[in-house]
Design a protein. Structure first.
Length: 138
């Protein structure tokens, strides 16, 4: 009987506590990036719009999250794509990987009817990491 009274007391204590408020910030409904997951974020810039798509390590495959962000690019847009890789790995490997990433993004956008002005792989970039940036032309 003592255990039941202890549990009832704990339950009453929980019921009397104020609720805990948890906030979550969402940018264009894109998922939050985790260390292991592929994520994508859309960013508006002063000179036009810019979409940033992240890739998993060593991959040029577009995730569903990346496609979601790329689907936000208007069909009437004319864009440039610049892709990079992290400095992990050799220079030649990173260059080819970034080129494959730029091509994957450009192909996806072209298939949607978006005009791709250029698609460039820049190799390794410690600041940008494993991303492809899509920018509208002004």
């Amino acid at each position: 009987m003592g255990e039941i009274n202890r549990l009832n007391g704990a339950l009453s204590e929980c019921e009397n506590r104020p609720p805990k408020v948890v906030e979550k910030v969402v940018v264009k409904e894109a998922p939050v990036q985790t260390a292991l997951a592929t994520a994508a974020v859309a960013v508006a810039t002063k000179n036009g719009e810019k979409w940033v798509v992240s890739f998993t390590n060593g991959s040029a495959k577009l995730s569903n999250e990346a496609k979601f962000v790329l689907d936000q690019v208007g069909n009437d847009a004319i864009v440039d794509v610049t892709a990079t890789a992290t400095p992990i790995g050799g220079k030649e490997y990173n260059q080819k990987l970034s080129e494959r990433r730029a091509k994957a993004v450009a192909d996806y956008l072209t298939n949607r009817g978006v005009k791709v002005n250029s698609a460039v792989g820049k190799g390794a970039d410690a600041k940008s990491g494993k991303t492809a940036v899509v920018s509208t032309l002004q």
